[in-house]
Design a protein around this ligand. Sequence first.
Ligand code: ADP
Ligand code: MG
Length: 400
Amino acid sequence: MLKRHDVIGEFKLATVAETRDVFEGVFGGGGAIIAAKAPGRVNLIGEHTDYNDGFVLPMAISHGVTIVGRLREDRKVRLRSLDYGESAEFNLDERYDASGPRWSQYVEGVARTFDEEYDGEIRGLEAALTGDAPQGSGLSSSAALEVAAGLLIDQLNGLGTGRVEIALFGQKAEHNYLGVKCGIMDQFASCLCREDHALFLDCRSLEHKHAPMKLRDEVALILDSGKSRGLADSKYNERRAACEEGVRILSGALPGIRALRDVSETQFEEFSRLLPDVVKKRCRHVVTENQRTLDSMQALLKGDMERFGALMFASHDSLRFDYEVSCDELDVLNELAEESPAVIGERMTGAGFGGCAVALARRDGLEDLKAYLSEEYFKKTGRRLKIYETSPARGAAIVD
Ligand code: ADP
Ligand code: MG
């Protein structure tokens, strides 16, 4: 895989004009050529709540995927990746055989999902794409790619698909064509976020609200630990099983609950004695994290960033001690952040066992903070920290 994405800040997203130049070089000029962009995302709070029917609060980041394309008369799809320097091709009238490069399978999955949803009415296209979201770091470059492709296909075919549907089609593509059983948060955030807002999402009903988060004196930092998320899959399944067991036992005392989302903190305090110790800890994380996510939404509505930051720190502790999905690297970062006056809040983000943390920091003293975190992190772990600065970005858009 190409490594150029590793250092954000040194690589600028190819502009639409550059992508269009490559497009025309490969596929020729003329016709109606349009461009779509979609961002990656970072989850601010609400971790491991999605599969418990709970709440999440992500924001779109200023890095993502750009795709430029034009409709074809036939049902062929021809693709060019600027970043991989590769081409791929498939025909919607032929069966899916997963023979294309991985990056093209995301676009193919989305195109085929649209074709299924629209009863085989989708026309072929040619497209060139590029991105600046780091790939495989948990910032959802895959969702950015799916959503950008979905928006482009929708626009080219003149379908008028709703935003929520485009997000759902992206998720469906990832499930059915990539074999990744992802939740809905990533595509939802990429598709529906607004600039200067975080997105509160109820993962059960898909109801969502935009929470104002205009950062003036603050900045959001994504801290990439450089530790790969090796254990995440098996541990993820164990955590899901513990949550299900918790629901099964608690439903004896609380009939009608379907998921941990239905259990309030007060109810949990009353009945948690029924649970085995480990299951109790896992469930306590989910129940309290749901409440923290609701509280975070209220803090944003009041513009209370200090409160928001405190909830982020509390979330990390809960993930570390109750859910036990953190790791030394993420804990080192959390401890360094906690002792830095410039940091308002910080927590691991994503499934855990590596990947990224997210912090809210004051702009004042930012350069010193970044230097301090990088140096101390290296001293304590021997790893190089990557720091990405961002603010809540807009969701996917047609840009031409
Ligand atoms: P994440 O979503 O956390 O970044 P994933 O493994 O889910 O990690 O998705 C990364 C994959 O998405 C890449 O391996 C690649 O196939 C695809 N992808 C993301 N961005 C691009 C891009 N700019 N160009 C081509 N493919 C991309
Ligand atoms: Mg992904």
